[in-house]
Design a protein around this ligand. Structure first.
Ligand code: GLV
Ligand code: MN
Ligand code: MN
Length: 430
């Protein structure tokens, strides 16, 4: 066995490789391509919670975990986990994680890259015979995006011990409840608490992720260190008027829900932008939905984010005030149902320093610091333990889109940095 202090981060056994070098950037990218085929849609990537694709992905990733020296298992929430035991039974546990689910029409790297990087780092350290002073738990979270049940971070909330009983009644677009979907997947809802990690055992949480924005690329940097994650709220909004004849009903008497919603959508952009928040309406549907019928009802979503929860909530108040004005002018009513809220968080100092040291070991002595505007499992885990994140440059800042891209050289640097960050933490125990 080798002490962490003597290890130089980098790939292992290049000369024996048949195919990509084990635990290398090339192998990770090849595996991202493989997981892209675990999709519910032909020609597009979509993998949501508690589906056949989710099960197949867990199985495949479990095999890769075993190759890296991890003990693979699926937890009570459907997260795919791999355990590397520490030197003693009660040794602290370092979590290395990201997610394995996707949005509809996703790219190949959001969440997947970080999960496979975590596995590869353990594989490298195992292959080099490193004896770490702590255990490692690699987690491929099962539901970060919230695509199926509207509530995000379900997998990581279960691990953080923050699961809420009210979630069992959440329904998907087919009306299937979360409880029913759990049972159909072979999970037992009454055992959900078994997914939680004991707080006293956890040392911290590290996640690598593509940036999902253009700042690293604009700055000409491959890697960045995250300072915190914006808080987010999501709502289902409805503008309610009255359907009517598209020809016969005069303008002065129309109660067009879609027009009211449309006015509010542009107001959401104006109010969010002017106040330093980010508001997005990603879905809208008009009812009854015929060319010659005035849409009496419009249903739409709102995703609202800001650096602080206070700012985000202030902008939500402004949006509601504007909705009331629009309703008064157009004789409509407005309903809002909150589907998700996640508190803004900041990284843990020691862990962020480890990420900084990791990036410095790759030659960038003063890494770019980035506030994450995207949500991450780290937000849920922040209620359990400190976290830090490593960002990897992605092409054009594009994410949540099939054209998501990374370059192999950046992933290679990111792997070295992530491995060096783990070793940096290990040195605290030497
Ligand atoms: C997750 O990708 C989010 O930020 O919505
Ligand atoms: Mn995402
Ligand atoms: Mn993600």
């Amino acid at each position: 066995m080798t002490s962490p202090a003597d290890i130089v981060p980098g790939p292992v056994s290049p000369e024996d490789a048949d195919g990509p070098v084990p635990f290398s950037a090339a192998e990770i990218l090849e595996r991202c391509d493989i997981l892209a085929t675990h999709s519910s849609r032909i020609g597009a990537i979509e993998r949501s919670y508690l589906t056949a694709e989710h099960a197949r992905t867990n199985w495949t990733v479990g095999e890769w975990m075993a190759e890296a020296g991890l003990e693979p298992w699926q937890d009570a929430a459907g997260n795919q986990r791999g355990t590397l035991a520490g030197p003693e039974d009660d040794a602290p546990v370092l979590m290395l994680a990201s997610h394995l689910d996707t949005v509809p029409g996703a790219g190949r790297y959001d969440g997947i890259l970080g999960t496979l990087m975590a596995i590869a780092v353990v594989g490298r350290l195992s292959a080099k015979g490193v004896e770490l002073p702590f255990g490692i738990e690699v987690l491929g979270f099962a539901d970060e995006e919230g695509t199926r049940f509207g509530r995000t971070l379900l997998g990581s909330c279960a691990v953080a011990g923050a699961w809420q009983d009210s979630w069992w009644d959440l329904k998907d677009a087919q009306g299937i409840s979360l409880r029913t979907a759990f049972e159909a997947f072979g999970l037992d809802p009454s055992r959900i608490e078994e997914a939680a990690l004991p707080r006293e055992q956890v040392l911290g949480y590290l996640e690598a992720h593509i940036e999902q924005g253009p700042l690293l690329e604009d700055a000409g940097r491959a890697l960045g260190v995250v300072t915190g994650i914006m808080g987010a709220r999501r709502f289902d909004l409805t503008m309610i008027g009255e359907a009517g004849h598209a020809g016969g009903m005069p303008y002065g008497r129309r109660r067009d829900g879609l027009l009211g919603a449309s006015e509010l959508v542009t107001a959401i952009e104006e109010l969010s932008r002017d106040n330093g928040a980010i508001g997005t309406v990603g879905r809208m549907q008009a009812f009854p939905g015929a060319a010659n019928v005035i849409p009496g009802r419009a249903e739409f979503s709102l995703d609202l984010r800001a650096e602080t929860d206070a700012l985000r909530d202030h902008v939500w108040d402004l949006i509601q005030e504007r909705a009331e004005k629009i309703c008064a002018a157009r004789n409509l009513s407005f309903e809002a149902v909150e589907r998700h809220d996640a508190t803004a968080t900041v990284v843990g100092t020691r862990l962020a320093d480890a990420i900084r040291a990791g990036i410095a070991a790759t030659g960038d002595a003063e890494p770019l610091e980035l506030l994450s505007k995207a949500g991450h499992d780290a937000m849920a885990v922040a209620s359990l333990t400190d976290y830090a994140m490593l960002f990897v440059r992605c092409g054009g800042g594009i994410s949540h889109h099939r054209d998501e891209s990374v370059i192999e050289a950046d992933v290679a640097l990111a792997l070295d940095a992530f491995e060096a960050a783990v070793l940096d933490l290990a040195r605290d125990f030497c």
